[in-house]
Ligand binder design. Structure first.
Ligand code: NAD
Length: 472
Protein backbone atom coordinates (compact mmCIF):
# COMPACT_ATOMS: atom_id res chain seq x y z
CA UNK A 1 0.00 0.00 0.00
CA UNK A 2 1.19 3.49 -0.85
CA UNK A 3 2.25 5.51 2.20
CA UNK A 4 2.57 9.23 2.79
CA UNK A 5 3.33 11.45 5.77
CA UNK A 6 0.64 13.96 4.83
CA UNK A 7 -2.47 13.32 2.75
CA UNK A 8 -4.06 16.57 1.58
CA UNK A 9 -7.60 16.22 0.22
CA UNK A 10 -8.53 19.13 -2.04
CA UNK A 11 -6.22 21.08 -4.35
CA UNK A 12 -7.50 24.66 -4.04
CA UNK A 13 -5.49 27.54 -2.53
CA UNK A 14 -5.88 26.02 0.97
CA UNK A 15 -4.91 22.48 -0.04
CA UNK A 16 -2.08 23.17 -2.47
CA UNK A 17 -0.39 25.66 -0.12
CA UNK A 18 -0.63 23.10 2.72
CA UNK A 19 0.97 20.53 0.42
CA UNK A 20 3.78 22.82 -0.76
CA UNK A 21 4.63 23.97 2.77
CA UNK A 22 4.58 20.39 4.14
CA UNK A 23 6.84 19.35 1.24
CA UNK A 24 9.25 22.21 2.03
CA UNK A 25 9.39 21.00 5.62
CA UNK A 26 10.58 17.59 4.51
CA UNK A 27 7.33 15.62 4.69
CA UNK A 28 6.22 13.24 1.97
CA UNK A 29 2.93 14.63 0.65
CA UNK A 30 0.15 13.29 -1.55
CA UNK A 31 -2.33 15.89 -2.77
CA UNK A 32 -5.62 14.53 -4.15
CA UNK A 33 -8.27 16.43 -6.05
CA UNK A 34 -11.23 15.06 -7.97
CA UNK A 35 -10.74 17.75 -10.57
CA UNK A 36 -8.02 20.13 -11.80
CA UNK A 37 -5.54 21.49 -9.31
CA UNK A 38 -6.31 25.06 -8.22
CA UNK A 39 -9.84 24.50 -6.88
CA UNK A 40 -12.69 26.95 -7.26
CA UNK A 41 -10.48 30.03 -6.93
CA UNK A 42 -8.16 29.37 -9.86
CA UNK A 43 -10.57 27.45 -12.09
CA UNK A 44 -14.03 28.89 -11.51
CA UNK A 45 -13.81 31.87 -9.16
CA UNK A 46 -11.24 34.51 -8.23
CA UNK A 47 -9.02 34.25 -11.31
CA UNK A 48 -11.47 33.90 -14.23
CA UNK A 49 -13.78 36.47 -12.62
CA UNK A 50 -10.96 38.98 -12.22
CA UNK A 51 -9.86 38.40 -15.83
CA UNK A 52 -13.37 39.26 -17.06
CA UNK A 53 -13.85 42.09 -14.54
CA UNK A 54 -10.60 43.76 -15.63
CA UNK A 55 -11.52 43.39 -19.30
CA UNK A 56 -15.01 44.83 -18.64
CA UNK A 57 -13.40 47.75 -16.75
CA UNK A 58 -11.19 48.46 -19.78
CA UNK A 59 -14.23 48.42 -22.09
CA UNK A 60 -16.10 50.74 -19.75
CA UNK A 61 -13.12 53.11 -19.37
CA UNK A 62 -12.74 53.44 -23.14
CA UNK A 63 -16.47 53.97 -23.66
CA UNK A 64 -16.50 56.65 -20.99
CA UNK A 65 -13.81 59.11 -21.92
CA UNK A 66 -15.18 61.43 -19.24
CA UNK A 67 -14.38 64.79 -20.82
CA UNK A 68 -10.82 63.79 -21.68
CA UNK A 69 -11.36 63.94 -25.42
CA UNK A 70 -11.46 60.16 -25.74
CA UNK A 71 -14.32 59.16 -27.95
CA UNK A 72 -14.37 55.57 -29.09
CA UNK A 73 -16.66 52.65 -29.39
CA UNK A 74 -15.39 49.20 -28.55
CA UNK A 75 -16.06 45.93 -30.21
CA UNK A 76 -15.80 42.97 -27.84
CA UNK A 77 -15.11 39.57 -29.37
CA UNK A 78 -16.48 37.58 -26.42
CA UNK A 79 -15.18 34.27 -27.86
CA UNK A 80 -11.68 35.61 -27.90
CA UNK A 81 -12.07 37.21 -24.49
CA UNK A 82 -13.21 33.94 -22.91
CA UNK A 83 -10.46 31.87 -24.56
CA UNK A 84 -7.90 34.41 -23.30
CA UNK A 85 -9.46 34.10 -19.81
CA UNK A 86 -9.23 30.29 -20.02
CA UNK A 87 -5.58 30.69 -21.04
CA UNK A 88 -4.88 32.76 -17.91
CA UNK A 89 -6.42 29.99 -15.78
CA UNK A 90 -4.43 27.27 -17.58
CA UNK A 91 -1.17 29.15 -17.14
CA UNK A 92 -1.75 29.50 -13.40
CA UNK A 93 -2.87 25.91 -12.81
CA UNK A 94 0.15 24.60 -14.77
CA UNK A 95 2.31 26.86 -12.59
CA UNK A 96 0.81 25.39 -9.42
CA UNK A 97 1.40 21.84 -10.71
CA UNK A 98 5.04 22.75 -11.32
CA UNK A 99 5.39 24.27 -7.84
CA UNK A 100 3.93 21.12 -6.29
CA UNK A 101 6.37 18.91 -8.21
CA UNK A 102 9.31 21.15 -7.30
CA UNK A 103 8.39 20.78 -3.62
CA UNK A 104 8.13 17.00 -3.81
CA UNK A 105 4.33 16.87 -3.73
CA UNK A 106 2.67 13.94 -5.54
CA UNK A 107 -0.57 15.09 -7.20
CA UNK A 108 -3.28 12.47 -7.78
CA UNK A 109 -6.51 13.16 -9.63
CA UNK A 110 -9.30 11.22 -7.94
CA UNK A 111 -11.75 11.26 -5.07
CA UNK A 112 -10.25 10.50 -1.65
CA UNK A 113 -12.34 8.99 1.13
CA UNK A 114 -11.09 8.34 4.65
CA UNK A 115 -11.81 4.74 5.63
CA UNK A 116 -10.18 4.60 9.06
CA UNK A 117 -7.85 6.59 11.31
CA UNK A 118 -4.79 6.25 9.05
CA UNK A 119 -6.09 4.99 5.73
CA UNK A 120 -7.95 6.48 2.78
CA UNK A 121 -9.14 5.15 -0.56
CA UNK A 122 -8.52 7.07 -3.73
CA UNK A 123 -10.96 6.45 -6.51
CA UNK A 124 -8.85 7.11 -9.60
CA UNK A 125 -10.89 8.89 -12.25
CA UNK A 126 -8.53 7.93 -15.05
CA UNK A 127 -8.49 4.15 -14.56
CA UNK A 128 -11.61 3.67 -12.45
CA UNK A 129 -9.45 1.71 -9.96
CA UNK A 130 -9.48 2.29 -6.21
CA UNK A 131 -6.15 2.50 -4.35
CA UNK A 132 -5.58 2.54 -0.63
CA UNK A 133 -3.14 5.00 0.88
CA UNK A 134 -1.81 5.09 4.44
CA UNK A 135 -1.06 8.45 6.07
CA UNK A 136 0.23 9.87 9.34
CA UNK A 137 -1.69 13.15 9.05
CA UNK A 138 -4.53 14.18 6.76
CA UNK A 139 -5.61 17.69 5.89
CA UNK A 140 -9.12 18.27 4.65
CA UNK A 141 -9.30 21.16 2.18
CA UNK A 142 -12.42 20.21 0.24
CA UNK A 143 -13.79 23.75 -0.02
CA UNK A 144 -17.37 24.81 -0.52
CA UNK A 145 -20.12 24.68 -3.13
CA UNK A 146 -22.82 27.16 -4.09
CA UNK A 147 -26.09 26.88 -2.17
CA UNK A 148 -29.06 25.90 -4.35
CA UNK A 149 -32.33 27.73 -3.84
CA UNK A 150 -35.50 25.60 -3.89
CA UNK A 151 -36.83 25.59 -7.45
CA UNK A 152 -33.51 26.80 -8.92
CA UNK A 153 -31.48 23.68 -9.67
CA UNK A 154 -28.03 24.23 -11.17
CA UNK A 155 -28.80 21.17 -13.34
CA UNK A 156 -31.27 23.29 -15.32
CA UNK A 157 -29.28 25.09 -17.96
CA UNK A 158 -30.53 28.67 -17.61
CA UNK A 159 -29.85 28.54 -13.84
CA UNK A 160 -26.23 29.41 -13.28
CA UNK A 161 -23.87 29.46 -10.35
CA UNK A 162 -20.68 31.55 -10.54
CA UNK A 163 -18.89 28.81 -12.50
CA UNK A 164 -21.70 28.68 -15.07
CA UNK A 165 -21.78 32.47 -15.36
CA UNK A 166 -18.01 32.61 -15.91
CA UNK A 167 -18.29 29.89 -18.57
CA UNK A 168 -21.05 31.61 -20.59
CA UNK A 169 -20.27 31.75 -24.29
CA UNK A 170 -22.17 34.97 -24.93
CA UNK A 171 -23.12 38.01 -22.88
CA UNK A 172 -26.83 37.56 -22.09
CA UNK A 173 -29.12 40.39 -23.21
CA UNK A 174 -30.96 40.18 -19.91
CA UNK A 175 -29.43 38.69 -16.79
CA UNK A 176 -31.25 38.18 -13.51
CA UNK A 177 -29.02 37.83 -10.46
CA UNK A 178 -30.42 36.37 -7.25
CA UNK A 179 -28.30 37.55 -4.32
CA UNK A 180 -26.48 40.88 -4.15
CA UNK A 181 -23.45 39.64 -2.18
CA UNK A 182 -19.83 39.22 -3.29
CA UNK A 183 -20.52 37.13 -6.39
CA UNK A 184 -23.78 38.85 -7.31
CA UNK A 185 -22.30 42.34 -7.21
CA UNK A 186 -18.94 41.53 -8.83
CA UNK A 187 -20.45 39.59 -11.73
CA UNK A 188 -23.47 41.81 -12.30
CA UNK A 189 -21.21 44.87 -12.54
CA UNK A 190 -18.97 43.02 -14.99
CA UNK A 191 -21.85 41.79 -17.21
CA UNK A 192 -23.45 45.21 -17.13
CA UNK A 193 -20.22 46.80 -18.41
CA UNK A 194 -20.16 44.19 -21.20
CA UNK A 195 -23.66 45.21 -22.28
CA UNK A 196 -26.12 43.01 -20.36
CA UNK A 197 -29.29 44.42 -18.89
CA UNK A 198 -28.98 43.24 -15.27
CA UNK A 199 -31.49 43.03 -12.42
CA UNK A 200 -30.35 42.01 -8.94
CA UNK A 201 -32.91 40.45 -6.59
CA UNK A 202 -31.65 40.82 -3.01
CA UNK A 203 -33.29 39.60 0.18
CA UNK A 204 -32.10 42.55 2.26
CA UNK A 205 -32.44 46.30 1.73
CA UNK A 206 -28.94 46.97 0.38
CA UNK A 207 -26.19 45.09 -1.48
CA UNK A 208 -23.17 43.47 0.18
CA UNK A 209 -24.71 43.06 3.63
CA UNK A 210 -21.36 42.18 5.19
CA UNK A 211 -20.20 45.79 4.71
CA UNK A 212 -21.45 49.06 6.19
CA UNK A 213 -23.58 51.52 4.20
CA UNK A 214 -20.79 54.08 3.78
CA UNK A 215 -18.83 51.42 1.85
CA UNK A 216 -21.70 49.93 -0.13
CA UNK A 217 -23.55 53.10 -1.14
CA UNK A 218 -20.92 54.26 -3.68
CA UNK A 219 -21.04 50.74 -5.18
CA UNK A 220 -24.83 50.79 -5.42
CA UNK A 221 -24.82 54.31 -6.91
CA UNK A 222 -22.27 53.38 -9.57
CA UNK A 223 -24.16 50.14 -10.35
CA UNK A 224 -27.36 52.14 -10.88
CA UNK A 225 -25.45 54.58 -13.08
CA UNK A 226 -24.36 51.61 -15.20
CA UNK A 227 -28.04 50.72 -15.62
CA UNK A 228 -28.32 47.90 -13.08
CA UNK A 229 -31.73 47.56 -11.40
CA UNK A 230 -32.19 46.35 -7.85
CA UNK A 231 -35.15 44.63 -6.26
CA UNK A 232 -34.38 44.89 -2.58
CA UNK A 233 -36.32 43.04 0.10
CA UNK A 234 -37.33 40.43 -2.50
CA UNK A 235 -36.74 36.72 -2.93
CA UNK A 236 -36.92 34.73 -6.13
CA UNK A 237 -39.65 32.12 -5.94
CA UNK A 238 -39.61 30.37 -9.31
CA UNK A 239 -39.04 30.58 -13.05
CA UNK A 240 -40.56 29.34 -16.28
CA UNK A 241 -39.81 29.51 -19.98
CA UNK A 242 -42.00 31.80 -22.01
CA UNK A 243 -43.02 31.27 -25.62
CA UNK A 244 -40.24 33.48 -27.02
CA UNK A 245 -37.47 31.41 -25.40
CA UNK A 246 -37.01 33.91 -22.58
CA UNK A 247 -37.37 33.11 -18.89
CA UNK A 248 -39.89 34.65 -16.55
CA UNK A 249 -38.62 34.88 -12.98
CA UNK A 250 -41.11 35.45 -10.18
CA UNK A 251 -40.14 37.34 -7.05
CA UNK A 252 -41.98 38.34 -3.91
CA UNK A 253 -41.39 40.35 -0.74
CA UNK A 254 -39.00 38.58 1.61
CA UNK A 255 -41.00 39.82 4.57
CA UNK A 256 -44.75 39.32 4.04
CA UNK A 257 -45.42 41.75 6.95
CA UNK A 258 -44.44 44.64 4.69
CA UNK A 259 -47.83 44.23 3.04
CA UNK A 260 -46.06 44.09 -0.33
CA UNK A 261 -46.73 40.42 -0.88
CA UNK A 262 -47.90 40.55 -4.47
CA UNK A 263 -45.75 38.42 -6.75
CA UNK A 264 -43.78 40.32 -9.37
CA UNK A 265 -41.93 39.03 -12.38
CA UNK A 266 -39.01 39.93 -14.59
CA UNK A 267 -37.71 38.53 -17.84
CA UNK A 268 -34.22 37.19 -18.36
CA UNK A 269 -32.11 35.04 -20.66
CA UNK A 270 -30.07 33.58 -17.81
CA UNK A 271 -30.38 33.53 -14.03
CA UNK A 272 -27.32 33.65 -11.78
CA UNK A 273 -28.03 32.39 -8.27
CA UNK A 274 -25.41 33.54 -5.74
CA UNK A 275 -26.95 33.27 -2.28
CA UNK A 276 -23.90 31.97 -0.43
CA UNK A 277 -21.80 28.81 -0.27
CA UNK A 278 -21.90 25.71 1.93
CA UNK A 279 -19.03 23.45 3.02
CA UNK A 280 -18.14 20.28 1.14
CA UNK A 281 -17.76 18.10 4.22
CA UNK A 282 -19.76 15.09 3.09
CA UNK A 283 -17.56 13.61 0.36
CA UNK A 284 -14.34 12.59 2.11
CA UNK A 285 -15.57 9.98 4.60
CA UNK A 286 -15.45 12.18 7.71
CA UNK A 287 -18.06 9.97 9.38
CA UNK A 288 -15.52 7.13 9.46
CA UNK A 289 -13.49 9.23 11.91
CA UNK A 290 -16.25 10.97 13.85
CA UNK A 291 -14.95 14.43 12.97
CA UNK A 292 -16.99 17.16 14.67
CA UNK A 293 -18.94 19.51 12.41
CA UNK A 294 -21.23 22.41 13.28
CA UNK A 295 -24.92 22.55 12.37
CA UNK A 296 -24.10 24.01 8.93
CA UNK A 297 -21.62 21.22 8.17
CA UNK A 298 -18.42 23.26 8.68
CA UNK A 299 -15.62 21.21 10.24
CA UNK A 300 -14.77 22.44 13.74
CA UNK A 301 -11.07 23.23 14.27
CA UNK A 302 -8.81 25.00 16.72
CA UNK A 303 -6.86 28.09 15.65
CA UNK A 304 -4.20 25.87 14.03
CA UNK A 305 -6.68 23.91 11.93
CA UNK A 306 -6.69 20.80 14.14
CA UNK A 307 -10.05 18.99 14.16
CA UNK A 308 -11.56 16.91 16.96
CA UNK A 309 -9.35 14.05 15.67
CA UNK A 310 -5.78 14.87 16.64
CA UNK A 311 -3.98 13.97 13.40
CA UNK A 312 -6.68 15.36 11.09
CA UNK A 313 -6.68 19.05 10.11
CA UNK A 314 -9.17 21.13 8.11
CA UNK A 315 -8.36 24.40 6.32
CA UNK A 316 -10.07 26.77 3.92
CA UNK A 317 -13.80 27.09 3.22
CA UNK A 318 -14.65 23.68 4.72
CA UNK A 319 -13.43 24.99 8.10
CA UNK A 320 -15.80 27.98 8.05
CA UNK A 321 -15.79 31.75 7.68
CA UNK A 322 -14.17 33.75 6.33
CA UNK A 323 -14.45 31.74 3.12
CA UNK A 324 -11.64 33.59 1.38
CA UNK A 325 -8.84 32.02 -0.68
CA UNK A 326 -6.06 33.97 1.05
CA UNK A 327 -7.30 32.89 4.50
CA UNK A 328 -7.32 29.28 3.32
CA UNK A 329 -3.74 29.54 2.05
CA UNK A 330 -2.56 31.12 5.30
CA UNK A 331 -4.36 28.48 7.37
CA UNK A 332 -2.86 25.73 5.18
CA UNK A 333 0.68 26.95 5.81
CA UNK A 334 0.00 27.08 9.57
CA UNK A 335 -1.43 23.53 9.60
CA UNK A 336 1.55 22.19 7.61
CA UNK A 337 3.97 23.77 10.09
CA UNK A 338 2.13 22.30 13.09
CA UNK A 339 2.17 18.87 11.42
CA UNK A 340 5.92 19.25 10.84
CA UNK A 341 6.45 19.92 14.55
CA UNK A 342 6.95 23.67 14.33
CA UNK A 343 5.19 26.25 16.52
CA UNK A 344 3.68 28.82 14.13
CA UNK A 345 1.46 31.72 15.14
CA UNK A 346 -2.18 31.23 14.17
CA UNK A 347 -3.52 33.07 11.11
CA UNK A 348 -3.53 36.82 11.84
CA UNK A 349 -5.48 39.71 10.35
CA UNK A 350 -7.43 38.70 7.22
CA UNK A 351 -8.35 41.47 4.77
CA UNK A 352 -11.47 41.16 2.67
CA UNK A 353 -12.02 42.88 -0.65
CA UNK A 354 -14.84 43.14 -3.16
CA UNK A 355 -13.97 43.68 -6.82
CA UNK A 356 -16.88 45.94 -7.62
CA UNK A 357 -16.81 49.46 -9.09
CA UNK A 358 -15.55 51.11 -6.94
CA UNK A 359 -13.73 48.36 -5.06
CA UNK A 360 -14.18 47.79 -1.33
CA UNK A 361 -11.42 46.72 1.05
CA UNK A 362 -11.72 46.14 4.76
CA UNK A 363 -9.27 44.89 7.35
CA UNK A 364 -9.27 44.68 11.13
CA UNK A 365 -11.84 46.56 13.19
CA UNK A 366 -14.41 49.08 12.03
CA UNK A 367 -15.16 52.11 14.21
CA UNK A 368 -18.18 50.44 15.82
CA UNK A 369 -16.37 47.12 16.34
CA UNK A 370 -13.53 49.04 18.03
CA UNK A 371 -16.04 50.68 20.42
CA UNK A 372 -17.69 47.32 21.13
CA UNK A 373 -14.27 45.98 22.14
CA UNK A 374 -13.77 48.80 24.62
CA UNK A 375 -11.46 51.06 22.61
CA UNK A 376 -11.91 54.81 22.37
CA UNK A 377 -11.25 55.02 18.63
CA UNK A 378 -9.85 57.94 16.73
CA UNK A 379 -10.59 58.14 13.01
CA UNK A 380 -8.41 59.33 10.15
CA UNK A 381 -10.07 59.80 6.79
CA UNK A 382 -8.94 60.91 3.35
CA UNK A 383 -11.30 61.31 0.39
CA UNK A 384 -10.04 60.31 -3.06
CA UNK A 385 -11.45 63.57 -4.47
CA UNK A 386 -8.46 65.25 -2.75
CA UNK A 387 -5.95 62.81 -4.27
CA UNK A 388 -3.98 64.11 -7.26
CA UNK A 389 -3.45 60.56 -8.52
CA UNK A 390 -7.14 59.67 -8.27
CA UNK A 391 -8.19 62.82 -10.16
CA UNK A 392 -5.52 62.18 -12.80
CA UNK A 393 -6.96 58.70 -13.20
CA UNK A 394 -10.40 60.25 -13.73
CA UNK A 395 -11.92 59.02 -10.49
CA UNK A 396 -12.88 60.80 -7.30
CA UNK A 397 -15.23 58.38 -5.56
CA UNK A 398 -14.66 57.08 -2.05
CA UNK A 399 -12.16 57.41 0.74
CA UNK A 400 -9.66 55.69 3.00
CA UNK A 401 -10.64 55.42 6.65
CA UNK A 402 -8.26 54.36 9.41
CA UNK A 403 -9.48 53.31 12.84
CA UNK A 404 -6.90 53.72 15.61
CA UNK A 405 -6.78 53.48 19.38
CA UNK A 406 -6.86 57.12 20.58
CA UNK A 407 -4.61 56.34 23.53
CA UNK A 408 -1.74 54.49 21.85
CA UNK A 409 -2.30 55.50 18.22
CA UNK A 410 -2.18 51.80 17.23
CA UNK A 411 -4.01 51.18 13.95
CA UNK A 412 -6.85 48.73 14.64
CA UNK A 413 -8.36 48.57 11.20
CA UNK A 414 -9.23 50.36 8.01
CA UNK A 415 -11.93 50.49 5.38
CA UNK A 416 -11.54 51.70 1.84
CA UNK A 417 -14.02 52.27 -0.94
CA UNK A 418 -12.49 53.60 -4.12
CA UNK A 419 -9.91 52.98 -6.84
CA UNK A 420 -7.55 50.04 -6.20
CA UNK A 421 -9.01 49.50 -2.72
CA UNK A 422 -8.06 45.82 -3.09
CA UNK A 423 -4.37 46.74 -3.41
CA UNK A 424 -4.35 49.55 -0.83
CA UNK A 425 -5.84 47.28 1.84
CA UNK A 426 -2.51 45.43 1.97
CA UNK A 427 -0.72 48.37 3.59
CA UNK A 428 -3.37 48.66 6.30
CA UNK A 429 -3.23 44.88 6.91
CA UNK A 430 0.53 45.21 7.44
CA UNK A 431 -0.03 48.09 9.89
CA UNK A 432 -2.69 46.17 11.87
CA UNK A 433 -0.71 42.92 11.93
CA UNK A 434 2.52 44.59 13.01
CA UNK A 435 0.90 46.93 15.57
CA UNK A 436 1.96 50.08 13.70
CA UNK A 437 0.65 53.46 14.84
CA UNK A 438 -0.81 56.40 12.91
CA UNK A 439 2.57 58.16 13.36
CA UNK A 440 4.41 55.17 11.83
CA UNK A 441 2.29 55.36 8.67
CA UNK A 442 2.18 59.19 8.57
CA UNK A 443 5.97 59.45 8.79
CA UNK A 444 6.55 56.87 6.04
CA UNK A 445 7.20 58.74 2.80
CA UNK A 446 4.84 57.52 0.09
CA UNK A 447 5.69 58.14 -3.58
CA UNK A 448 3.83 60.97 -5.27
CA UNK A 449 1.50 60.94 -7.07
CA UNK A 450 0.08 57.57 -6.00
CA UNK A 451 -3.19 56.29 -4.60
CA UNK A 452 -1.19 54.84 -1.69
CA UNK A 453 -0.63 58.40 -0.47
CA UNK A 454 -4.29 58.35 0.55
CA UNK A 455 -3.42 55.84 3.32
CA UNK A 456 -0.63 58.14 4.57
CA UNK A 457 -2.93 61.17 4.36
CA UNK A 458 -5.60 59.30 6.36
CA UNK A 459 -2.95 58.72 9.03
CA UNK A 460 -2.14 62.47 9.01
CA UNK A 461 -5.84 63.16 9.44
CA UNK A 462 -6.04 60.67 12.35
CA UNK A 463 -3.25 62.61 14.06
CA UNK A 464 -5.25 65.79 13.46
CA UNK A 465 -2.52 67.09 11.14
CA UNK A 466 -4.27 66.81 7.78
CA UNK A 467 -2.23 68.20 4.88
CA UNK A 468 -4.36 67.85 1.77
CA UNK A 469 -7.78 67.74 3.43
CA UNK A 470 -9.73 69.28 6.31
CA UNK A 471 -10.75 67.31 9.38
CA UNK A 472 -14.45 67.12 10.24
P1 NAD B 1 -22.66 36.23 -0.07
O1 NAD B 1 -22.91 35.67 1.27
O2 NAD B 1 -21.60 37.21 -0.29
O3 NAD B 1 -24.01 36.91 -0.61
C1 NAD B 1 -25.23 36.23 -0.67
C2 NAD B 1 -26.32 37.28 -0.84
O4 NAD B 1 -27.52 36.62 -1.16
C3 NAD B 1 -26.57 38.09 0.41
O5 NAD B 1 -26.61 39.45 0.06
C4 NAD B 1 -27.94 37.58 0.90
O6 NAD B 1 -28.67 38.57 1.59
C5 NAD B 1 -28.60 37.20 -0.42
N1 NAD B 1 -29.64 36.18 -0.35
C6 NAD B 1 -29.66 35.06 0.41
N2 NAD B 1 -30.77 34.33 0.14
C7 NAD B 1 -31.47 35.01 -0.82
C8 NAD B 1 -32.67 34.78 -1.53
N3 NAD B 1 -33.40 33.69 -1.30
N4 NAD B 1 -33.07 35.68 -2.47
C9 NAD B 1 -32.32 36.79 -2.70
N5 NAD B 1 -31.16 37.07 -2.05
C10 NAD B 1 -30.74 36.18 -1.13
O7 NAD B 1 -22.49 34.93 -1.01
P2 NAD B 1 -21.96 34.77 -2.51
O8 NAD B 1 -22.01 36.05 -3.25
O9 NAD B 1 -22.71 33.60 -3.05
O10 NAD B 1 -20.45 34.40 -2.30
C11 NAD B 1 -20.13 33.20 -1.59
C12 NAD B 1 -18.80 33.31 -0.90
O11 NAD B 1 -17.77 33.34 -1.86
C13 NAD B 1 -18.64 34.58 -0.08
O12 NAD B 1 -19.06 34.37 1.23
C14 NAD B 1 -17.16 34.78 -0.13
O13 NAD B 1 -16.60 34.09 0.96
C15 NAD B 1 -16.71 34.13 -1.41
N6 NAD B 1 -16.35 35.13 -2.44
C16 NAD B 1 -15.41 36.08 -2.16
C17 NAD B 1 -15.06 37.01 -3.12
C18 NAD B 1 -13.99 38.04 -2.80
O14 NAD B 1 -13.26 37.82 -1.85
N7 NAD B 1 -13.90 39.14 -3.55
C19 NAD B 1 -15.70 37.02 -4.35
C20 NAD B 1 -16.66 36.06 -4.60
C21 NAD B 1 -16.97 35.12 -3.64
Amino acid sequence: MEETDVLVIGGGPAGYVTAIRAGQLGRSVTLVDRSDIGGTCLNHGCIPSKALIDAADDVHAIRNGGGRGIDADVDVDFDQLTSWKDGVVRRLTKGVEKLCRANGVTFREGTARLVDEHRAEIDDHGTGATDAIAFDHAVLATGSRPIELPGFSFDDDPILNAKGALDLETVPDELAVVGGGYIGMELSTMFSKLGADVTVVELLESPLPRYSDDLTQPVQRQAEKLGLSFRFGQVATGWERTGDGKLRLTTEAADPDTGEDAAESLTADEVLVAVGREPVSDTAGLDALDVERDEDGFVETDEFGRTSVDHLFAVGDVAGEPMLAHEGSAAGAVAAEVIAGEAPDPVGTVPSVVFTDPEIGSVGLTESQARERGYEPTIGEFPFRASGRALAANTRTGSVKLVADAESGAILGGQIVGPEASELTGEIALAVEQGLTLSDVASTVHAHPTLAEAVMEAAHSGLDQPIHTFNR
